[in-house]
Design a protein around this ligand. Structure first.
Ligand code: NAD
Length: 308
């Protein structure tokens, strides 16, 4: 497995952490680590994402203080923003929050494998790409694990931790320890496209969109059925809007590729909404309108469903 108990570092609040991608998940994940005292380097090639990063971290810190009474000090001062993966050469634990595209994540992991020390754990926030696949492009598959944070990461307590057949026991231990330090609970699952959460959720979202496309009910009614009949907090289509319909489409493509299952072929309505830019809450419109929700911090979806 290439892991030795004696040489394995323990990950404390001082462990330097890297986050790849400063989007919806990357900023939330970076805030979680920084709030727990980790020095964090966030890498994103997009200058606009880097420029808006500090304010978005501050906004989540305010939200965590208001909604959870969390007082974590000057969180944003613990976060550094960089354009290049070379900046992660000192990171001992890296979380990939780059877009859900297989070739992009492969390229990022290959680069990280060259740049980071041998003991660095690569944790991916992928929604659906099998962890065994991601590990196989590195020379350290035993140190590759899935940390599927939920959205919004600073306000969601549980992380789906996905382990491949190659993921080492020490890597799982280090991952659970570091998550515990963030105050997160972990649910450990095996490997497979979409793990548990998105294998089920994406099919539900796709079918919910098909029901709307067929004219059986509008989006509000579909969500009401799930809220009022099944006790779901938001319903599948508001959940999809929170995730981002572009990310939903990418995730369905990954699920289709790795399962070969036609059921993951996107419903035409979903493709149409993404093509016209109605990608959900972050765009102000998706299955539902969000006229005043162009905020960098989405309002807390109280006890919301599990998100990709
Ligand atoms: P996003 O589109 O909001 O952000 C992605 C960020 O990655 C962007 O800022 C982009 O500039 C940056 N990026 C692009 N190429 C890069 C590169 N080569 N190196 C570093 N950064 C790069 O996406 P997101 O919603 O934050 O999703 C990120 C990952 O988390 C995906 O794998 C997604 O499936 C997963 N995920 C998403 C959610 C959700 O609800 N949105 C929940 C859990 C997991």
């Amino acid at each position: 497995m290439g892991e030795s108990k004696d040489s394995e570092p323990s990950d404390t609040a001082g462990t330097p952490v890297g986050v790849v991608g400063a989007g919806t998940m990357g900023v939330g994940v970076a805030q979680c680590f920084a709030a727990a005292g980790h020095p964090v380097v966030v890498v994103d090639p997009d200058p606009a994402a880097r420029a808006s990063g500090p304010e978005r971290v501050r906004a989540w810190t305010r939200a965590a203080r208001l909604l959870r009474g969390q007082d974590s000090g000057p969180v944003e001062e613990r976060v550094v923003w960089a354009a290049d993966l070379d900046a992660l050469s000192g990171a001992r634990f890296v979380v990939d929050c780059a877009p859900e595209r297989v070739s992009l994540k492969e390229e990022i992991l290959r680069t990280l494998d060259r740049v980071c020390p041998a003991e660095t754990v690569f944790a991916s926030c992928t929604s659906a790409i099998p962890i065994g696949h991601l590990g196989s492009v590195t020379g350290r598959p035993e140190r590759v694990v899935g940390t599927h944070f939920m959205n919004p990461a600073p306000l969601k307590d549980t992380v789906e931790v996905a382990t491949s057949a190659a993921t080492g026991e020490q890597t799982v231990r280090r991952t659970l320890d570091i998550l515990a330090g963030l105050g997160k609970k972990a649910i450990v699952v095996g490997d497979g496209p979409g793990f548990v959460s998105n294998r089920v959720l994406m099919l539900t979202v796709n079918e919910a969109a098909a029901v709307v496309d067929a004219g059986t009910a509008d989006a509000a009614t579909v969500d009401r059925v799930f809220q009022e009949c099944f006790g779901h907090a938001t319903g599948p289509l508001r959940t999809a809007d929170l995730i981002g319909l572009d990310t939903v489409l990418d995730t369905l493509a990954v699920l289709g590729r790795f399962t070969g299952d036609e059921r993951f072929r996107p419903t035409p309505l979903l493709s149409r909404l993404v093509a016209e830019g109605s990608v959900g809450r972050k765009a102000g419109r998706g299955f539902h309108p969000y006229p005043s929700h162009r905020s960098i911090v989405p309002p807390r979806p109280a006890g919301a469903d599990t998100h990709v």
